[in-house]
Design a protein around this ligand. Structure first.
Ligand code: 5GP
Ligand code: MN
Length: 319
């Protein structure tokens, strides 16, 4: 906290960015920190960059100020990379990172090697949003900041359910609740609520998923033609892999969708025995032990066979 405070008191211009294809924790941590800096350091000029604004997070204060075309200033005194495991995942914000006077990384991805000048990387913390709360002066946390951070924590913990949830996560969430946020509405509207296109795509995946490796793996593949047929977009697929993982008896859930001709996004979730971050790193991606992903441009059947053999190898090592 002291180091961040010191850098913020020296900086006149600050940029904040998270990873491409932003999720709840990415949006929550970026906008939580953005609103905090505006409040505690009113003389600092802050820009926040994002690739998109998923509709579920439009309620967060500051979404109307997000710079979606990555233009911003020529150079920032200070750059915060949040919830982003490597420089590639900063997307077009990497140019601001490279030109910045000083860079700070705050993250909880186990695959993060520490690519900034100052690195706060704690894989045991549930979410970057929880970590941001630990690093700021919490007396400045008002309702809009608390809403951003709470929703970020909710999304990365699957509503306080995944094993990344610690007693400290619950304590932080409690402190955020005490700021006066409408937490049932936030959870409903940002996490559980799905529109019909999302429901139908979920239905397609549940109807067409297959069991592999003696029923230890459940796998669903969504072709681009199906996504287009239902009028969906990639962000509509959030949450499908988490539902697949609820299948009784499975160790790994695999959800694959076609991004465009020949390029596939793979999402992996583990029930505990398999470290899916190791597998994702092997394919050029990253993530956490229990939730990770990557994208591949190749023959998806061959890539799937390789993936299954890597899962099998880890499962064999457990017996
Ligand atoms: P999801 O499967 O929900 O897209 O992502 C699960 C986790 O894996 C997230 O923490 C996310 O940051 C990470 N992840 C997903 N895809 C990629 C990828 O292509 N590269 C890297 N480095 N991490 C990824
Ligand atoms: Mn995260």
């Amino acid at each position: 906290m002291d180091r961040i405070h010191e850098e913020l008191t020296k900086a006149k211009t600050v940029a904040i960015a998270g990873h491409i294809k932003p999720d709840g924790d990415c949006m929550g941590s970026c906008l939580g920190l953005y609103n905090y800096i505006l409040k505690k350091y009113p003389d600092v000029e802050v820009d926040v960059f994002a690739e998109a604004i998923p509709p579920a997070f439009e309620f967060m204060k500051g979404t109307d100020k997000l710079i979606l075309n990555y233009e911003g200033r020529e150079r920032y005194d200070l750059f915060f990379s949040l919830d982003c495991g490597d420089l590639d995942r900063l997307g077009k914000a990497d140019k601001h990172f490279k030109r910045a006077g000083r860079t700070i990384c705050i993250d909880h991805h186990i695959s993060n090697k520490g690519f900034a000048d100052i690195n706060y990387i704690r894989p045991e913390i549930s979410s970057t949003s929880e970590y941001v709360y630990e690093l700021i002066d919490t007396s400045y946390v008002d309702i809009p900041i608390a809403e951003c951070l709470y929703v970020g924590i909710v999304h990365d913990t699957g509503v306080f359910q995944y094993s990344c949830t610690s007693s400290r996560t619950m304590a932080v969430a409690g402190e955020l609740m005490d700021k006066g946020i409408d937490y049932p509405r936030l959870v409903d509207e940002s996490y559980y609520e799905k529109h019909m296109v999302q429901n139908r795509l979920m239905g397609y995946c549940l109807l067409n998923c297959q069991l592999k490796l003696d029923d230890k793996v459940v796998m669903a593949l969504l072709p681009k033609s199906v996504l287009d047929e239902y009028g969906g977009v990639a962000s509509d697929l959030e949450g499908i892999v988490a539902v697949l993982r609820h299948t009784k008896g499975i160790e790994v859930a695999v959800f694959i969708y076609e991004l465009n001709e020949g390029r596939y996004k793979v999402s992996l979730r583990s029930s505990g025995k398999v470290d899916v971050s190791v597998i994702s790193v092997e394919f050029g991606g990253g993530g956490h032990k229990m939730a990770a992903g990557y994208s591949v441009k190749c023959d998806i059947h061959k890539a799937t066979e390789k993936l299954l053999s890597m899962i099998e190898e880890q499962l064999r090592g457990q017996d």
